[in-house]
Write a protein of this length. Structure first.
Length: 178
């Protein structure tokens, strides 16, 4: 078993940054798909109960109406997805996208404890949930992936800054010595 693990760890997919790229691409795809759904009346009415029981985005329906709240959420999901996509090349934009993603998924996971009749009492109650609320549990994974991308982008941005500072310091020392 140890030899298998050792040999597997030597393969190219496990030596590079494929994990980072896959997670970033999955987040972009997820934001695109979920943002796209928000543009339709059917989805707007489906998410209205979730929005109204959220401690963070409850204000959207009174402020914009059901369709406007859905448009707002769809637009922000596309914006954060685009920023995460741009983070492939520009880590600072990825940082902004990851922060927006964290806010997005904090907004959804905090609905779980506030949704009425979420726990299936006939199955023993907590942690057994009914489907509409159980659907939100996946967002804990997306929240963790958002933190991962934030860490990666902060590290990449800091390395770029370090490289820029090194080049600037090198240019200064050459200028001073001349």
């Amino acid at each position: 078993m140890n030899a298998f693990i050792f040999n597997l760890s030597k393969l190219a997919p496990f030596r590079g940054d494929l994990d980072y790229r896959l997670i970033r691409a999955a987040m972009v795809f997820t934001f695109f798909i979920f943002g796209y759904q928000k543009w339709f009346s059917f989805e707007a009415h489906q998410i209205a109960p979730f929005i109204s029981h959220s401690p963070l985005v409850f204000w959207l329906i009174p402020a914009f109406g059901i369709r406007g709240a859905s448009f707002f959420l769809g637009t922000t999901e596309w914006l954060f997805g685009a920023l995460i996509f741009l983070g492939f090349r520009y880590p600072r934009l990825g940082v902004v996208g990851a922060l927006g993603s964290i806010i997005t998924f904090l907004g959804t996971v905090t609905i779980i404890p506030f949704f009425p009749d979420a726990w299936a009492t006939e199955a023993g109650g907590f942690p057994a949930m009914y489907l509409p609320v159980a659907f939100l549990v996946k967002d804990f994974l997306f929240l963790a992936a958002s933190f991962y991308l934030l860490k990666q982008d902060l590290t990449r941005a800091a390395l770029e800054d370090g490289a820029e500072l090194s080049v600037t310091a090198l240019q200064r020392s050459k200028t001073e010595s001349a």
